[in-house]
Design a protein around this ligand. Structure first.
Ligand code: PLP
Length: 392
């Protein structure tokens, strides 16, 4: 036996960009590639609420014994109350802790495959890891080109039309808020229209909510999720706390299945537990315990929400500053202010993206995606000058 049947796999393109950025010795380099929040000094700080919760855990945690495939149930339940509130009653939702939002998506995909679902409909472009995650579980992603990058516009009617043609029992993936990579969300009326077609066609919605609180506000950002999961008999919610608690490498996530009654929910949940057991057995504890400690404590919750508000306001401020630069050649920055969350995608060719990197030390993903938090108020002017030079 040997591994000579295997082919060398390309490195993740974004990891390549991160490496090239690190090696670049130019002092004025700008990183718009990697998807983490940065403050005005370019740091990705540990939140104060997180530090305080960690101190509390250090003082008070009595054991590190195993929990179980469901992870920290206090974390799962507190989070469900915050995210779903009364929209989905307790007896309709069954959750477990997962290793990040990615773990939640992978488990959701495996449950779908086990239940006989063959394909999932996705508005394109979508997060680059969605396709590999679904394919790895044997689910075919059906991409529908819905976003016009030059116009910064979501053609929702086109997506709804595609869903109308889907086979009952197909799954549909929806970004709960702060679409990655477009930053464009359907809005309340859009969510209602999606819900109508999902219910009418008997489709199974999977909501990927990875940026709650970075868009319009913590409660506002789960409005669409609540509308949809309240109405659809069955659904899935894959959640990440890695951005809104700044816990990235701690891998904090959760997955809920929603079902019409407690009995059907319990069956789906038992399948999630056995799939989790076969994958990672139990999720890593620390980050979820931190989130639980924050959510159990009114003062820590207040501090965290204040910090999250600052993250959101910084993103919104940078979006307004970019928009005030107007249209530069093919890039219409005015629409950026209407976008939400960390990302936008600009209509730039690969040659232009390479040129921005080589000539101006500005790094962005090969797709033209930019991380808004990678800017500071002072680097926006330099970025716009570089865009103007592109056109000359
Ligand atoms: N879903 C979307 C849309 C994302 O952008 C990301 C991370 O970038 C994830 C899920 C996964 O998040 P996590 O880092 O918690 O696995």
């Amino acid at each position: 036996m040997s591994f000579d049947t295997l082919a060398l796999q390309p490195a993740d393109p974004l990891l390549k960009i991160i490496g090239a950025f690190r090696r670049d010795t130019r002092t004025d380099k700008i990183d718009l590639g990697v998807g983490v929040f940065r403050d005005e000094d370019g740091n990705t700080p540990v939140m104060r609420a997180v530090k305080l919760a960690e101190e509390k855990l250090l003082r008070e945690q009595q054991s590190k014994s195993y929990l179980g495939p469901e992870g920290d149930i206090g974390f799962v339940e507190r989070l469900a109350d915050k995210v779903l509130g009364n929209a989905v009653p307790v007896e309709r939702r069954h959750g477990l802790q997962t290793p990040g939002g990615t773990g939640a998506l992978r488990l959701a995909a495996e449950l779908l495959a086990k239940a006989g679902v063959r394909r999932i409909w996705v508005a394109a472009p979508s997060w680059a890891n969605h396709a590999p995650v679904f394919l790895a579980a044997g689910i075919e992603p059906r991409f529908v080109e819905c976003f016009n990058i030059a116009a910064q516009h979501l053609d929702l009617a086109h997506f709804l039309e595609a869903l109308d043609g889907a086979t009952p029992g197909d799954a549909v993936l929806l970004h709960g808020c702060c679409h990655n990579p477009m930053g464009i969300d359907p809005g309340p009326l859009g969510w209602q229209a999606i819900t109508e077609v999902v219910v009418r066609r008997g489709l199974l919605p999977l909501v990927d909510l990875a940026y709650q609180g970075l868009g319009e506000g913590f409660c506002e950002d789960s409005l669409g999720t609540r509308i949809l999961l309240a109405a659809a008999p069955f659904g899935l919610l894959a959640y990440s706390c890695d951005k809104n608690f700044g816990l990235y490498r701690e891998r904090v996530g959760a997955l809920w299945v929603t079902a019409p009654d407690a009995e059907q929910g319990a069956i789906a949940h038992s399948n999630l537990l056995s799939l989790a057991r076969a994958n990672w057995s139990m999720p890593p504890d620390h980050g979820a315990a931190v989130v639980r400690v924050i959510l159990e404590d009114a003062e820590l919750t207040r501090i965290w929400r204040e910090e999250l508000d600052m993250v959101r306001e910084r993103l919104a401020g940078l979006r307004r500053a970019l928009a005030s630069e107007g249209r530069i050649g093919k890039v219409d920055l005015t629409q950026i202010a209407r976008g939400k969350g960390m990302f936008a995608t600009l209509p730039l060719s690969r040659t232009q993206i390479d040129w921005l990197r080589d000539e101006h030390a500005i790094y962005l993903a090969g797709s033209g995606r930019i991380n808004i938090a990678g800017f500071t108020l002072s680097t926006i002017a330099r970025f716009c000058d570089a865009l103007r030079a592109l056109d000359r």
